[in-house]
Design a binder for this molecule. Structure first.
Ligand code: 3HC
Ligand code: NAI
Length: 690
């Protein structure tokens, strides 16, 4: 017996229970006693069947990710599964919560799997830049068939107990306390008698594989991988399960796993896994959080509508406020249309749509916000309008209600100072579309109360957002760094690069799209309005906007969009505009390499991140990475800008920035002190001793 693995008996059925909070990861201190327990139960003649269960909130959620990159201590998971497969009496995995990664692979070592109705099963390794390394790619196809297994492994998405039952992954689903059901199931199997065939020997479905169809699907998935190695390795490993004998395929899976786990991509993805969890941690854990029941949203435009949906989807009743009945109806109409699209796509049932819509209460009267515990304004980006809204909230909101702004750039300290309860004011900066995008920048103002902050961090998790707490500055973390990234875009155009050449350098790097494609998609008028308000210019983009070319919505922007097309083609008019403006400035066009494009756009991005850390606007470098991956599409395989800077070499970045600073004199190229220190110490820690 150990603290982590206990064996109990229910008559002739042995129950082996793993107890390794919080998620029963298969750490070495679990594997060793688990192996001992399984061997003992295998050899105990008084045991007729074995149930493998877990204590706490979940079945095994995977290998212990903190052990990756360190020498493997035996027994490893593969050895345990191999022992499970030598057991002649029935073995039953009792799955509640989530059986993920190594957890599901452990369950695949059993003859049977039974699950609680609320359980979820999956192989999410691909999200950590690896593939299932405990036999998952070789055993899962034997139960599901190769194509279904391929989809599940390459997507990394878990499936429900009901889906797993239908697919043949789970043998029975039960409601209520699972262990007694699992024991009865195991006893019944023992009574019926064997032989019980281990999954490794169930080859029937594999024989039916249509390899041409499999390869077509795998090729499609590889195309979508955008430079990530793990999805391709996953597909290869599942294919091996079809074409190779079991042990050979298992060895091939291992070789791929060992290679991937040591790769920069997997290191980057593991960094992000822990970074996302770290970002939600606040100092001073013990504050009592405020209760948040009803949520108010002011403004039913692009953001307000999406924010209201995000809360309704999370089960919160929402009061949506607009200036007029017409604007309110327009906003509610858009929300209804969005849900209808989800129903058409099959991602939402008609009944769920009705339930979500029933969460909304529309109003044009601020008094109706009096019963809200959290109120978020998403009105026009104008300080005077925001202050007016907050003034009204000050008058009607209940004491202790949290008052939030979704401003993109405005000074939240100034908004807070304009009312009588600055301690209740903070920023909730959602990203568009707010019901879809995972990132939520939570902006802590000077006077924000710790309990208000802790309450919204907790709330973010409840509505499925990845929260990062940031401080007040122009554009907070994300938009401030975006401005630094974009500062050279026009200069590169004038010096000879084309929009498609720049976008191509970005997509080759792994971004889903380049800056000009993104500008055309979001609407060039947004940046234009912002520049005008700040007295700034961008000669090419401004001219396009003056001509009414706002991007996709007008059919023209940096690219030309032929009727209804989402992908643009190069626009000769834009290219001659660029040459004309360059000539006016006396700039002769030259060849610009992809390396130079990356240096002049991404190095200033990293540099701005370093300044943000110096100013303590973000608490940790990983917080910045989490912002960029979840809000702006920074390639996950590169771990976010600050992690990538480590891979690229901070000293190289400093040297190139200095070069560009000397040539242009521009501030964005002036290396931050912290970046220089990172080049010497390899650490982004602001408080570390040099
Ligand atoms: N290893 C080590 N630590 C883990 C872990 C794991 N597999 N899974 C979760 N944790 C830690 C988290 O870091 C967190 O620690 P903290 O409290 O110190 O920050 C704590 O457990 C709780 O995790 P969450 O905050 O994520 O808890 P939730 O309840 O929100 O979610 C979960 C639970 C769905 C299980 C989620 O933690 C999760 O998705 N975990 C990872 C699952 C996974 O990727 N499994 C595959 C691992 S790789 C593998 O198995 C390789 C094999 O093929 C050989
Ligand atoms: P929008 O123009 O689509 O919507 C604003 C809505 O607010 C309109 O429906 C308007 O009728 C309403 N409104 C204006 N004054 C009001 C008042 N006093 N009371 C009630 N309703 C009022 O604007 P959008 O894009 O939704 O932006 C809203 C806020 O969100 C801005 O602060 C913007 O900077 C911020 N934001 C916008 C993002 C985007 O991608 N559009 C992303 C993140 C933040």
């Amino acid at each position: 017996m150990s603290d982590f693995v206990k064996v109990s008996r229910d008559g002739d059925v042995a129950i082996v229970t793993i107890d390794n909070p919080p998620v029963n990861a298969l750490s070495f201190h679990v594997r060793e006693p688990l192996m001992q327990a399984l061997l003992a139960m295998r050899d105990d003649a008084s045991v007729a069947a074995i149930v493998l269960a877990c204590a706490g909130r979940t079945f095994v959620a995977g290998a212990d990710i903190t052990e990756f990159g360190k020498p493997v201590q035996q027994p490893d998971l593969r050895a345990i599964v191999a022992v499970l497969e030598t057991i002649a009496k029935p073995t039953v995995a009792a799955i509640h919560g989530t059986a993920l990664g190594g957890g599901l692979e452990l369950a695949l070592g059993c003859h049977f799997r039974v699950a609680d109705a609320g359980a979820r099963l999956g192989l999410p390794e691909v999200k950590l830049g690896i593939l299932p390394g405990g036999g998952g790619t070789v055993r899962l196809p034997r139960l599901l068939g190769a194509v279904k297994a391929l989809r599940m492994i390459v997507s990394g998405m878990p499936i429900s107990a009901a889906e797993a039952h239908e697919a043949g992954l789970v043998d029975a689903v039960f409601q209520g306390d699972l262990t007694p059901h699992a024991v009865n199931f195991a006893r019944e199997m023992a009574r019926k008698g064997g032989p019980f065939t281990p999954v490794r020997d169930r080859d029937d479905l594999l024989g039916e594989t249509d390899l041409a169809a499999f390869d077509a699907e795998a090729a499609d998935l590889a195309r979508k991988a955008r430079g990530l190695e793990a999805p391709i390795a996953c597909a290869q490993a599942v294919r091996n399960a079809v074409t190779m004998p079991f042990d050979e395929a298992l060895a091939a899976e291992r070789a791929l796993f060992v290679k991937l786990v040591a790769s920069d991509q997997s290191r980057a993805q593991r960094h992000l896994f822990f970074g996302e969890r770290e970002a939600a941690k606040l100092p001073g854990k013990d504050v009592v959080k405020r209760r948040i029941g009803r949520v108010g949203v002011i403004g039913a435009g692009t953001m307000g509508g999406g924010i209201a949906m995000a809360f309704a989807n999370g089960g919160f009743p929402v009061t949506l406020l607009e200036t007029s009945h017409e604007a309110l109806q327009r906003g509610l109409g858009t929300i209804e249309k969005n849900y209808a699209v989800s129903v058409t796509r099959g991602s939402l049932s008609e009944e769920a749509k009705r339930d979500r819509l029933a969460q909304f209460k529309g109003s044009t009267d601020y008094a109706d916000l009096a019963d809200c515990d959290l109120i978020i304004e998403a009105v026009f980006e104008d300080m005077a309008v925001k202050k007016e809204v907050f003034g009204k909230l000050d008058a009607v909101a209940k004491p202790g209600a949290i008052l939030a702004t979704n401003t993109s750039y405005l000074d939240i300290n100034e908004i807070a100072a304009s009312i009588s309860r600055p301690q209740d004011v903070l920023g909730l900066h959602f990203f568009s579309p707010a019901n879809v995008m995972k990132l939520l920048e939570i902006v802590r103002a000077e006077k924000t109360a710790p309990d208000a902050l802790a309450s919204v961090v907790d709330l973010a998790r409840r509505i499925g957002k990845v929260a990062v707490v940031v401080g007040v500055c122009h554009g907070f973390v994300g938009n401030r760094m975006l401005a630094a990234r974009g500062s050279e875009s026009e200069a590169l155009l004038l010096e000879g690069a084309t929009p498609s050449q720049i976008d191509r350098a970005f997509t080759d790097f792994g971004w889903p799209m380049g800056p000009f494609q993104m500008g055309d998609l979001a609407g060039l008028d947004i940046g234009w309005r912002n520049r005008k308000a700040r007295g700034l210019t961008a000669v090419i983009a401004d001219t396009l906007c003056e001509r009414g070319h706002f991007g996709q919505k007008t059919g023209r922007g940096f690219y030309l969009y032929e009727a209804g097309a989402r992908a643009g083609i190069p626009d000769p008019e834009v290219e001659s505009l660029i040459r004309e403006k360059a000539a006016e400035k006396g700039i002769a066009p030259r060849e610009i390499s992809a390396d130079e494009i990356i240096e002049r756009t991404l190095y200033p991005l990293v540099n701005e991140g370093a300044k943000i850390l110096e100013e303590k606007i973000a608490a940790r470098a990983s917080d910045i990475d989490v912002v960029w991956v979840n809000g702006y599409g920074f390639p996950i395989g590169r771990g976010g800008p600050m992690f990538w800077a480590g891979l690229e070499g901070a000293s190289k970045i400093v040297e190139r920035l200095e070069h560009w600073h000397q040539r242009t004199g521009k501030d964005v190229f002036k290396p931050a002190q912290l970046l220089k220190r990172m080049a010497e110490t390899g650490s982004w820690d602001v408080d570390a001793k040099a």
